[in-house]
Structure formats: structure tokens, C-alpha cells
Design a protein around this ligand. Structure first.
Ligand code: GLC
Length: 618
């Protein structure tokens, strides 16, 4: 349930926990206790028994899942996540001096870390000249050497500014990498790295996360002008890099707010991730002083001001341009994409906990509360698709004019694509990609659905149904290499029109139905929250068979994700950190609390009726 940060007489912010939150906390801490006393298996037995109980209820409800999804039970198993070689060199130097100190240099070579691969002949050993035999961090079981390698590579991707780590490179030290995107810290890419360091055992290492939060906050304060047009004050950068200014003989930061990005789109997701990460940091470290700092409070408010300003909107969802999030190219996600709406909801709820209540912010807090209510109503009802709802839409009448319209957005049933009738299982459902006038984008997008689960935008019944869908459509959504970013791919004429003939986004490649290992952490977190860790375990096993052997590619291509992506960079940092976070969560499920919020029972779950959105009379 909701935690709230209020100003307090002490210097520290206090999280006010209501009863549910306190119970949830108890459940997490009892789990951490169990972790100390019992084995991981015991923890899972406990989760599984809760899950079975939850699933039993959920199964009973599945058939009755109606458009309104009004029934819900709160049986949650767990609670609430130099530009130059100088940079690289300094990271590498530091690493090697650490290695020398600990006397472990070169010991990687002596280890057999690879099983022979039937399809890939490469031995990773040749690619790992600098890898160390660092002590296994966080791996009690499974694949310790792969985790060791991941930690080493992650450390080698650190970017330093004035000798402090402030982020990680998008692609970690790939000797064969192209220049493009190679030497930048991407805000969204850094999130799984940050979580890995917050979850790290035996002790977390939050310093890089704090530095990153403060450095990006500083960049937000820059004047952002593209072609004489000034962007909103709250916009956070998509990425930044550290350059060496030889004239001044000092390091300087260079940020990109979309002006250099392909397609020139500002990243709407950066600000939301920043707020979400601030909460993760606070939750992990209990260092409330960071969130309480006036500059940090201001940064949060500026991000929210951008999204909460009044305008012409009739929907509570946020209108976006194509390419404003992880899918940063034209892919037909313009409008009201689920990824952004779910992140928006998540960030609003995190800000609700962290904003200090004073005269200055009380109005903003009220607006946040109202928006959370409206947004959850809108998404839970209008984006939800399951067998029953698909059938309803299939039978929609059109041209209904008045408040009592059932087909509120005038969706023409003929616009439902054929594939969705086959794809939709009797058991399961998901939030579709986009809803706007006369347009429903029926595609599946993983990020939006997982974030909806983690933020509790999805009701418990919807969470169960999403997990059911993943199981029922395993071959399509997971295949041989997790995970499909979007399903299905756009092909032929549609690809032509929607992507503008984008040669990088051809069918079943990259954003257009490609498979992205980084998404493993999101799936794992969502599975744990849903009480279905076995789904994540299956996916992790698949990743462990190939990811390291394939040199941690950015993405895979093909219907089943069998082929390394045609333009995929190797040693992509978030492929590495995504794997680590998934492992750290599956080994210690209480880590989920850092990146998940309990359901807010105050949010109404209205039954959708003909007149449910009748506006003025009530
Ligand atoms: C690609 C991805 C984007 C990511 C960037 C850096 O542009 O589409 O989501 O942030 O690479 O890895």
C-alpha cells in the first residue's frame, strides 16, 4: 500500500506506512530472515504455497474476468525496486589495480566457464583478457561463473566524472563496437545497473546510484534548446557523456535531450525512471535525506509539472511522439503508448511517497492523487484485452454519439487484426499497446505490461491473467531467447507505412519483434510479484544457455529469438545488468520491494457500465 514521505521535525523523511504496508514489510523481512535461516528453496516453498492459494482464487475468477474486473483479492505473496579512452582506461586501471591487490589477475583463464555450444563455436575465454576471478557475488546456485563475469564486465563499464562513478556505458568495452551509442550513459539503460548495485550482496553499493541521480538532476537544470525551440524545464536527458576539454584541461559533461537522438525525440521515460530510481535508492538505503533535499524535491516537481499541466486532453493518459522511450525509433507507438502510461503511473505513485507536504506542494500532491485515480480507471478498463473483451469489441456498434456510448472511442471492429483472434488464449489477457480515437493497437509490449504489474496499475486479477498469457504464449513471447519487446512484428506494407521502411526495424528484428535479454529483470520482478517465479526461472535458464557465450548481445532476431541481432552490439551493459538483477531477485525475492509498489486500495475499481463515464452530473 501507499507509503508517504512527509516533512518531519527531524532531518530525515519518514515513510508513513499504513497497516497493509506494515504487513507487507513484515512479510518481506520475514522472508529475509528465512533467507538467513533457511535455504532459498524454503523461501520458494513459502512463496509457492501463497501463490497456490492466490492462483486458486485467481483461477476461479479467470472465467468471470469481465470488462470491469471488479473482483479482487489481496493475497499477495510478497510486497512491494572521456568520451576518450581516458574514461575506459581509468575504469580499467582501477580494476586492474584491485586485481593486483587481491592477486587474482589472470585466474579466469584457468576456469572452464563455457559449455560447448552446438551453434556457436566462439570461446568467450578469448574475449576476456581482463576478466578476473572475482569472488562470486550473489550467486548461491545456478551459474556462478556467469555472474562473476557479469559483475566484472559491469564494473569495467563504469563512467567516472571527477573520479566518481556516475553511470555505465551503454555498451561495455566491446572491442568491435561501432562508435554509435558506445560511449554514453543512457538514463534508461542505467536503471538495471543501479538496481544490481542496490541489490548486491554481501552489501549493496549505492554510491554510483546516488552520484547518477545527482548528476542527471544537475543536467536537468540546463537550458535545453533545439533549433531555437526550448524544451520544458523538467525534461531529463536521454543520455550524457564525459568529455575531456583539452583547452580547459578538465572533464566536462555533454548531455543529449533528444537533439542528437535518431528522430530528434525527447525521452519521456527518462524523468519517470529517475523518480522510480530515487525511490528504489531511498527504499534500499533508508537514506531519506537525498529525496528530501530541496533540489531533489524541485527536480521531481519539474518532471511532474510537465505531465500534469492542463490542456486539451480528454484522456488522463499522456500524449507522446513516436520514439520517446526504449523503442526510440518510429514504430507506430505514438499517441498513448502503454509503456509511458505505466511508467507515468509508477512515477506518480513514487512521487506521492517522496514529496514533502508543504504549502508549496499540497496542490501538486492533490493533482497527483486525482491523476492516479483517473489513469488507473482509464488503463484498467480501456487498455485491457482478454477473450471476453475481444469478443465484446468484435461485436461493437459504431458511431455511438453520447455519454452512454459503449464503444467510447469508436473503434471499428474491422480494424481488429486477424492475428489477435489466434493469439488470444481463453486463459489470460494483457494491456494493449495504445488506445486513442478509432485506434486500438493490439500489439503486446512487454515493458508496459511488466511495469503495470510492478506499480500495481494492474489489478491482481489482471496480473494473474498477464502471467497466464505469458505461459500460454511462451513460444511467441519467450521462444528461445527471452524476451520479445513487442509482438507480433510489423511486416510488408504495414512495416513500410508504420516504420517508414526502417531497415533496422525489419520484421522480427530490434524493436520490431526482436528479443531483448535486458527485459529479463522486468519479467522476473513481475513474476515474483505475481507469485509465479517458476516462469522467470525458465526464462533465466534459457538466457544462461547462450547469453555469455554469445558475448551479451543487445538483442536477438527471429520469430523465436534464435539469431544474434543483425546490428546488435556485443557486451551491451543492460543485457549484463538485466541478467544480474534477475538472478539477485530470484535468489532473494525480498529485493522486489525496491522496485514494486503495493496496490493502493483507495484507488476505486469501478465497474464499467454504460454510464460509468458520464461526466458532469455527479
Ligand atoms: C537503442 C535502444 C534504446 C537504448 C539505447 C542504448 O537506441 O533502442 O532503448 O537506450 O540503444 O542502449
Amino acid at each position: 500500500m501507499s507509503e508517504k514521505v512527509t516533512s518531519s521535525s527531524s532531518d530525515e523523511l519518514q515513510f508513513q506506512m499504513d497497516e497493509d504496508q506494515a504487513n507487507a514489510e513484515k512479510s518481506v523481512s520475514s522472508m529475509s530472515l528465512m533467507k538467513q535461516n533457511n535455504s532459498t528453496d524454503d523461501i520458494w516453498r513459502n512463496i509457492n504455497s501463497n501463490r497456490d492459494c492466490f492462483q486458486k482464487h485467481a483461477l476461479e475468477r479467470t472465467n468471470a474476468l469481465t470488462f470491469a474486473l471488479e473482483t479482487e483479492e489481496q493475497v499477495v505473496p510478497i510486497t512491494d525496486i572521456h568520451d576518450s579512452s581516458k574514461q575506459l582506461q581509468s575504469a580499467a586501471d582501477q580494476e586492474s589495480s584491485e586485481k593486483e591487490k587481491s592477486g587474482v589477475r589472470g585466474s579466469f583463464e584457468n576456469k572452464t566457464i563455457l559449455k560447448p555450444s552446438p551453434s556457436v563455436g566462439t570461446s568467450l575465454i578469448h574475449l576476456l583478457p581482463e576478466a578476473t576471478n572475482a569472488k562470486s557475488n550473489g550467486s548461491d546456485s545456478g551459474c556462478p561463473s556467469m555472474m562473476d563475469e557479469a559483475w566484472t564486465r559491469l564494473k569495467n563499464s563504469f563512467v567516472y566524472f571527477q573520479s566518481k562513478p556516475v553511470g555505465t556505458l551503454a555498451a561495455a568495452l566491446d572491442p568491435s563496437a561501432e562508435e554509435l551509442n558506445y560511449n554514453q550513459v543512457f538514463v534508461r539503460d542505467f536503471v538495471p545497473t543501479a538496481l544490481a548495485y542496490l541489490m548486491k550482496v554481501p552489501s549493496h553499493e549505492p554510491e554510483i546510484v546516488k552520484n547518477f541521480l545527482l548528476k542527471t538532476l544537475h543536467l536537468q537544470g540546463w537550458k535545453k534548446t533545439i533549433d531555437n525551440f526550448t524544451l520544458g524545464e523538467g525534461v531529463m536527458p536521454a543520455s550524457f557523456k564525459v568529455m575531456y576539454e583539452s583547452f580547459q584541461k578538465k572533464e566536462v559533461l555533454k548531455a543529449d535531450f533528444g537533439g542528437s537522438a535518431i528522430g530528434r525525440v525527447a525521452p519521456v521515460d527518462s524523468g519517470f525512471w529517475w523518480i522510480i530510481l530515487l525511490r528504489s535508492y531511498t527504499k534500499c538505503t533508508k537514506d531519506y535525506t537525498l529525496a528530501e533535499q530541496p533540489e531533489v524535491q524541485k527536480g521531481m516537481k519539474l518532471i511532474l509539472d510537465l505531465c500534469l499541466s492542463d490542456g486539451f486532453d480528454t484522456f488522463p493518459t499522456l500524449l507522446c511522439a513516436d520514439g520517446c522511450s526504449m523503442i526510440d525509433r518510429r514504430m507506430g507507438v505514438y499517441g498513448y503508448p502503454i509503456e509511458i502510461q505505466a511508467l507515468f503511473f509508477f512515477a506518480l505513485r513514487c512521487a506521492q511517497q517522496m514529496l514533502k507536504e508543504d504549502t508549496d506542494s499540497s496542490k501538486l500532491i492533490e493533482r497527483i492523487e486525482r491523476r492516479i485515480t483517473a489513469l488507473s480507471y482509464h488503463i484498467r478498463n480501456y487498455y485491457w484485452l482478454d477473450f471476453t473483451q475481444l469478443n465484446n469489441i468484435y461485436r461493437y456498434k459504431t458511431e455511438e454519439y453520447s455519454h452512454t456510448a459503449v464503444n467510447k472511442f469508436n473503434v471499428i471492429p474491422e480494424s481488429i487484426p486477424d492475428w489477435v483472434f489466434d493469439f488470444m488464449p481463453l486463459r489470460g489477457g494483457y494491456f494493449i499497446g495504445n488506445v486513442s480515437p478509432a485506434r486500438m493497437d493490439f500489439r503486446w509490449f512487454l515493458v508496459g505490461n511488466c511495469i503495470a504489474i510492478l506499480s500495481s496499475l494492474a489489478t491482481m486479477a489482471q496480473t494473474t491473467a498477464i502471467m497466464d498469457l505469458v505461459e500460454e504464449r511462451w513460444e511467441d513471447l519467450i521462444g528461445e531467447m527471452p524476451l520479445k519487446i513487442a509482438y507480433p512484428a510489423l511486416e510488408g506494407y504495414e512495416w513500410n507505412i508504420v516504420t517508414g521502411c526502417d531497415p533496422k526495424n525489419t520484421r522480427w528484428s530490434y524493436h520490431n519483434g526482436g528479443s531483448w535479454p535486458v527485459l529479463l529483470w522486468l519479467l522476473t520482478a513481475a513474476c515474483i510479484k505475481a507469485g509465479r517465479p517458476q516462469i522467470a526461472k525458465r526464462a533465466i535458464e534459457l538466457v544462461e544457455q547462450r547469453l555469455s557465450k554469445d558475448a551479451w548481445p543487445e538483442y536477438y532476431d527471429g520469430k523465436k529469438g534464435r539469431y544474434i541481432g543483425k546490428q546488435a552490439r556485443k557486451y551491451q551493459t543492460w543485457s549484463i545488468s538485466g541478467y544480474l538483477v534477475a538472478k539477485l531477485m530470484i535468489e532473494n525475492p525480498s529485493n522486489l520491494a525496491m522496485i514494486s509498489l503495493e496496490e493502493d486500495k483507495k484507488i476505486e475499481k469501478p465497474r464499467l457500465t454504460r454510464s460509468a463515464s458520464w461526466p458532469c452530473s455527479r
